[in-house]
Design a protein around this ligand. Structure first.
Ligand code: NAP
Length: 414
């Protein structure tokens, strides 16, 4: 099939159908090293993931990694930052661990991150945010922070339907609103459109509740601004509840039911589904983070709350995330290419390792994922950290590679 990429003969593809992952014992997983610090952190992450898989399953399971090219390296090898061969391989194999990729501001090439997301129809952005002792959190009780934000990825204002105030399109729309709907806007009004569909809301709501069930989470909170935007954000709330009640009745209980029927206590084994207005949530995740577990949000709210939640643990640089759909997913660090640290063996690889941990959870390889989680916590506990954390902890930093080696040693000792 390809000239530059060799597919291992003893590997098999992962098949994701309707959100159900069928994972062979030797799955083929693609990886993209990425730009800037990408190659250093990605290669360390692969070593750590391999170690966790080996420790958990001996030789009965093994990831067959296949390197594919995107970004600067692809430009050198193929003369194209997102070559056809990579597109074809992602379309076929559907599961990707990805280092950060550069996107220029204001001009240049289009975001390859977005292109991969679209290729995989990865409609749910998943970002776990959990405090690890040792991090410099601004909270008094950061150990109470353990949430997963699931953000709708394809709808809302992010569809980019907007026009400048002085464009003919905005003038046309203003005229339409005035003539047809008797709504008069000032002549210098720019216009953006906020579409929120039932189909897109319900598929992400279904995803979030399934995620909560499979990962034994306590609650799913629908975040919305439905008091003001009734037919978009309000509808998001309504449609999400509809999925919860129609499709997951045996697993969930609503807040109303808890108060009316169960004396204010969630019955054991049930997942609480409730909703909160967005502005209220911003203060509540700070004052009462323990009340939030899985947060289901439309695109724009989700974008804001993800970073706010990340800040609660003191460092969004250690977070991993995923973009997942019904047929595959892309796993990565939350941070970018940090160009000033590129090639210096100082970057923290924890973000992409966490991305890999999340990938293992979607694969159902929970034992390996748990080993990674425990090892990162233990490394910080032993003050084995890279410079970004060492500078706050007042300890000697480890290099990127050495931090990876420390994690591998810790996993070996479990
Ligand atoms: P960034 O690459 O995340 O870096 C911002 C700062 O965060 C760094 O200067 C460094 O801070 C710290 N940092 C980030 N990752 C780190 C790590 N692994 N270890 C240690 N420190 C780390 O953000 P940016 O400078 O805004 O973006 C650079 C490029 O990355 C852009 O082209 C952007 O488009 C791209 N990007 C890609 C993705 C993605 O691929 N998903 C995501 C975000 C951004 P200190 O200076 O405090 O040490």
């Amino acid at each position: 099939m390809s000239s530059r990429v060799k597919i291992p003969e003893d590997g098999e593809p992962i098949v994701v159908q309707g959100g159900v992952w069928k994972v062979p014992n030797k799955p083929i997983i693609l990886y993209i090293e990425g730009d800037g610090i990408g190659p250093e952190i990605t290669n360390v992450a692969i070593k750590v993931i391999n170690k966790a898989v080996e420790k958990a399953y001996k030789s009965s399971r093994e990831i067959k990694w296949v390197k594919v090219y995107a970004g600067e390296e692809a430009e050198k090898v193929y003369g194209n930052r997102f070559p056809e061969e990579t597109i074809n391989l992602i379309s076929k194999y559907r599961v990707v661990l990805k280092g950060p990729l550069e996107t220029p501001i204001g001009g240049g090439w289009r975001s390859i991150n977005v292109a991969i997301r679209m290729l995989l129809d990865a409609y749910a952005n998943v970002r776990p945010v959990k405090y690890m002792p040792g991090l410099e959190s601004p909270l008094k009780h950061p150990e109470r922070v353990d949430m997963v934000i699931i953000r709708e990825n394809t709808d809302d204002l992010y569809r980019g339907i907007e026009w400048s105030w002085d464009s003919p399109e905005a003038a046309k729309l203003r005229k339409f609103l005035k003539d047809e709907l008797k709504i008069e806007l000032e002549d210098d009004t720019g216009i953006g459109i906020k579409p929120i569909s039932k189909y897109k809301t319900q598929r992400v709501a279904r995803f979030a509740i399934k995620f909560a069930i499979e990962n034994k989470r306590r609650s799913v909170t629908i975040m919305h601004k439905g008091n003001i935007m009734k037919y978009t954000e309000g509808a998001f709330r309504e449609w999400a509840y509809e999925v919860a009640l129609k499709e997951f009745r045996d697993y969930i209980v609503t807040e109303e039911e808890v108060n009316k029927l169960y004396g204010g206590k969630v019955p054991p084994g049930k997942i609480l589904v409730n909703d909160r207005i967005a502005d209220n949530m911003f203060q509540q995740i700070i004052t009462r983070p323990e009340n939030y577990d899985v947060i289901l949000a439309p695109n724009l709210n989700g974008d804001y709350i993800s970073d706010a939640a990340g800040a609660l643990i003191g460092d969004i640089g250690v977070l991993g995330g995923a973009n997942v759909g019904d047929t595959g997913g892309m796993f990565e660090a939350v941070h970018g290419t940090a160009p000033k640290y590129a090639g210096k063996n100082v970057a923290n690889p924890t973000g992409i390792i966490r991305g890999g941990e999340l990938m293992l959870r979607f694969m159902g390889w929970r034992e390996a994922a748990d080993l990674i989680d425990k090892a990162i916590t233990e490394a910080i506990n032993q003050k084995k950290v890279t410079q970004d954390l060492a500078r706050f902890m007042g300890v000697q930093p480890l290099g990127t590679k050495e931090f990876g080696d420390a994690l591998i040693e810790i996993i070996d000792q479990f």
